[in-house]
Write a protein that binds this ligand. Structure first.
Ligand SMILES: [Zn+2]
Ligand SMILES: [Zn+2]
Length: 246
């Protein structure tokens, strides 16, 4: 087995808050430069940039965890990842169906564009992606797991859009594959205030919105090889696999 460096929380230009420089080509080139082996693509409430980034990253030997950062009805941000195109498509339908019909104002919130490998715009998302979907935290978790996905409440230490800020506590029956802390803290620091998180695998990512941010926080996975199945096993600590946050 080997150590692989992963930054599983990266936004693209498709997120209204994502810098215009966050094109698929630029993200992959920055990730290559930073020595990342695994990247997670997690735009707000959309998965539409995953396929192209997956293709470009594969050419550079980088494995992509394809998913989204969902805003649940309670405004909790959660990372959801899927193993194959079919599950990803079904999850995109779930997001499209449950995102309210409130339109984006690019001048106010930023552009929400999908671009090709030559940075030409191929699609513009009209609905504002940073709104909450109409499904609850629990419903989002259940749907993600019904599609065999990986479900990770995001930046749980934040004062906004986190499980603690929105739900007030860690639900007793929480079915999460891991919990993410932001780069503002470490798992140890946050666990010293909230020891209840110690029952969960803890990861840390950059939540990058511009290229320079990519890889500024990361999690090391000890795996046979970078794959969705191996990452799932590492989160469970299966057979010597493990995760390390430095
Ligand atoms: Zn977030
Ligand atoms: Zn984010």
């Amino acid at each position: 087995m080997n150590f692989f460096r992963a930054d599983l929380h990266i936004h693209t230009v498709l997120s209204p808050c994502g810098d215009l420089e966050m094109s698929p080509v630029n993200i992959v080139s920055e990730a290559t430069m930073k020595g990342l082996d695994i990247i997670g693509i997690t735009d707000h409430n959309t998965t539409r940039h995953c396929e192209l980034i997956n293709k470009l990253a594969a050419e550079k030997g980088i494995f992509v965890m394809q998913g989204a950062e969902v805003t649940t009805k309670e405004e909790v941000h959660c990372l959801a990842f899927f193993e194959n195109t079919d599950a990803l498509k079904k999850f995109q339908e779930f997001l499209d169906h449950n995102l309210p019909e409130i339109m984006n104002d690019p001048a106010k919130f930023g552009y929400q564009v999908q671009v090709d490998e030559n940075d030409n715009v191929v699609y513009e998302e009209k609905k504002l992606l940073i709104n909450a979907i109409s499904k609850s935290f629990e419903e989002t978790e259940a749907f993600t797991h019904s599609m065999n996905g990986i479900f990770i409440p995001a930046h749980i230490n934040r004062k906004k859009n986190s499980i603690y800020s929105q739900l007030g506590l860690l639900p007793g029956n929480l079915n999460a594959d891991a919990l993410e802390v932001s780069k503002a803290t470490t798992p140890e620091q946050f666990a010293s205030i909230h020891p209840e998180i110690n029952g969960f695998p803890l990861i840390r990512n950059s939540d990058a919105h511009w290229p320079g941010d990519i890889g500024t926080a990361f999690t090391v996975f000890f795996l046979k090889k970078p794959s969705f199945a191996e990452i799932r096993l590492a989160l469970k600590g299966d057979n010597g696999r493990k995760i390390i946050v430095e």
